[in-house]
Design a protein around this ligand. Sequence first.
Ligand SMILES: Cc1cc2nc3c(=O)[nH]c(=O)nc-3n(C[C@H](O)[C@H](O)[C@H](O)COP(=O)(O)OP(=O)(O)OC[C@H]3O[C@@H](n4cnc5c(N)ncnc54)[C@H](O)[C@@H]3O)c2cc1C
Ligand code: FES
Length: 493
Amino acid sequence: MQGLADDQVCIGDRYRIGGAVFEVTQPRVTCFRVGIRMDDPQMPALLVSHHRPGFYFRVLTEGTVQAGQEIIKLASGPEGMTVAEMDALLYLPGHPRQQVLRALRIPALSAGWQASFQEMLDQPGGAAGNAGLTDASPPPAWPGFRPLAVTGIGRESETVISVHLADPGGGSVPAALPGQFLTLRLHPDPAGRPLLRSYSLSGPPGARDYRISVKREEHGAASQFLHTRVRVGDLLEVAAPRGTFTLRPGQAPILLISAGVGATPVLAMLHALAAARSTRDIWWLHGARRRADEPFAAESRALLAALPGAHRHICYSSPGPDDIQGRDYDTAGRLSAPVLAALDLPRDADAYLCGPAAFMADVSAALAAGGIQAARIRTEVFGPGPAQTPGIAPAAARRPHPPAGQPGSGPMVSFARSDLNARWDPGYASLLEFAEACDVPVRWSCRTGVCHTCETTVISGTVSYAPAPVDDPADGSVLICCSQPHDDLVLDL
Ligand SMILES: Cc1cc2nc3c(=O)[nH]c(=O)nc-3n(C[C@H](O)[C@H](O)[C@H](O)COP(=O)(O)OP(=O)(O)OC[C@H]3O[C@@H](n4cnc5c(N)ncnc54)[C@H](O)[C@@H]3O)c2cc1C
Ligand code: FES
């Protein structure tokens, strides 16, 4: 195709070619494949920074199209916003609010790009980074790890205890967003390697101390240590609250769906809603084995009782002899697709899910089948997140391991969710390549600092960039596809 330059064509322009009519919907999204085709891995970044992305057409009227036919402009898009301007607004630094509002006034703009710009507008105050490309959260309240004192330990169920962590100096801890987690560096064996484990905050956001709630895993190194050896008065090394599984603003109904100890982050959200005296329609849906295994049973009931729009449905897969249906639980069995379907949940709800991976996959599918948009279903995984590797055939997941060959001589790179420490080897071009060599699950698309798909939370340490990202990630996050560790690094991967 000749002509139709990106700095002349506008989103919403309409063209006739042969018998068909088209409308310009969005700039083309570049991925790493264009780099392979052009034999230059940096090509996705070059196309964006040189304002040459290309664009997509929506077919308004089907018809026969042939090479050599004239392209006739039928109408100009509202706002006169060129493809190049639109692409720069999403990917390049700046994102002026007036321009974002202008983009949102163009009905022809694709739903995905509309959602990205809406995310930019909704970005919480103080949050840095490109909210149009990835979830953003405020910068961490302190760098790396700091000591916090254990000020209380309480039992929540047969297998779950809560641990309160406070400033040893007596001050208040910085507020967290509801749904965020802490990462602890534990030393069960002073001579051995430290353990890095994350725990969602389960208490009210804005309290003077933090509360985490830990399930005792039968052979779990960290949870056994926390259950059996940590005492009130001990100091633990704790990284600041992080995470983007947080309650979104708005008035839409909310589904808080959890199984077992996965209740922790959604309980913090319930606390926040109760503190704000929310009048939203709020559904607390929880699955446990039986009453003795249901953490926060009394606490969640008390919070729900104070909320005018609250609904509750509890499933026990294996009710105890004293558990009474109608009092302790509603359904005997798992919190499953048929149970959710029978509840007639609101379709315009924001859903927050936390629990075992299979549970979240089933519930997500059931919610989507019930008409809830995928973008409104948010999940928190208590372990490595799912990999996202576009165009690469899925391979059987391998347990993360140090890279093959001699250990590197560079800084120590710790992948916290994958429970792996490995020394950096400068033979790798990026942390992404290094993580791949370790079979750590990763997400990426452009592999050269444009799309932010690889944006990863840093728990401690710093990186250098080569090449530089097109737009900076949020404070406290890195783009692993174009960065290398500068010193010892702990990544939330
Ligand atoms: C963002 C985030 C939030 C989280 N929030 C919470 C939370 O709120 N509450 C919570 O309890 N957890 C939470 N987790 C999980 C937590 O970080 C730990 O993964 C969990 O406590 C298990 O750690 P561990 O060291 O006890 O188990 P590990 O030693 O890491 O073992 C993991 C699993 O393997 C099994 N295992 C280990 N060794 C053996 C063996 N020799 N034989 C058989 N099985 C074995 C263990 O039973 C365990 O189930 C969260 C994780 C993330 C990433
Ligand atoms: S994969 Fe696109 S920015 Fe890293």
